[in-house]
Design a protein around this ligand. Structure first.
Ligand code: ADP
Ligand code: MG
Length: 185
């Protein structure tokens, strides 16, 4: 992978696969560090499974033999002097309060740290592919500015008759996010 936003997409896709109705992505950036957190209310993982999940041979997917998502993210973060952590509550053990939080910290000054890349496209890919999901995005920029988007809020304004996957809505979100990044530069 050539940019962190693709790692972020990969981790958020795990939340989608876990059946989450609510997914939030927060990116906190300083001049030297980038931390991203993906939180979901999906099926979660048991403590036993979680202990094995950064092993590249651990996956519940059946189409490819090895899972690379979480082990790869851990490796990428650690290569920069950062780290990765996951906390999870399995639905089978906590039926009323389950889900997963994955956090990765990258040291931006390290030569092996990839650029964040096209985060706007990552966010739009997630929304377009899962328009019924409540997705919250928040990016705290090094200069103190914040770029935010909430699909629940947007749905409240547009009404239930409009799909967030509609091309004109996706285009509007692209312009909104791009504009917000320009303002905060
Ligand atoms: N957010 C999540 N909620 C529930 N289970 C998860 C989540 N993220 C990862 N997992 C579990 O961990 C496994 C490994 O994930 P990952 O390393 O991304 O590989 P893959 O998604 O290709 O299987 C998944 O197959 C899934 O069972
Ligand atoms: Mg995955």
């Amino acid at each position: 992978m050539k940019e962190l936003s693709l790692n972020i997409l990969d981790i958020a896709e795990n939340s989608v696969k876990a059946g989450a109705a609510n997914v939030s992505l927060t990116i906190r950036e300083s001049d030297t560090r980038l931390t991203f957190t993906v939180t979901d209310d999906g099926c979660g993982m048991t403590a036993d499974f979680l202990a094995r999940v950064t092993d590249p041979f651990c996956t519940t997917r059946k189409t490819r033999r090895v899972g690379l998502g979480l082990p790869f993210l851990k490796l990428m973060a650690e290569q920069t002097g950062g780290s990765m952590a996951i906390t999870s509550r399995a639905q089978t053990e906590h039926p009323d309060d389950h889900g997963t939080t994955t956090t990765a910290i990258f040291c931006k000054d390290h030569i092996d740290c990839l650029p964040l890349g096209d985060i706007v496209s990552t966010v739009l890919t997630l929304i377009q592919g899962n328009p019924q999901m409540n997705f919250t995005f928040r990016h705290e920029l090094p200069g103190g500015g914040v770029v935010e988007l909430s699909t629940a809020e947007l749905r409240g304004v547009l009404g239930d008759g409009v799909s967030l996957a509609a091309p004109e809505i996706i285009l509007w979100m692209r312009e909104y996010l791009t504009g917000a990044y320009h303002e905060n530069q």
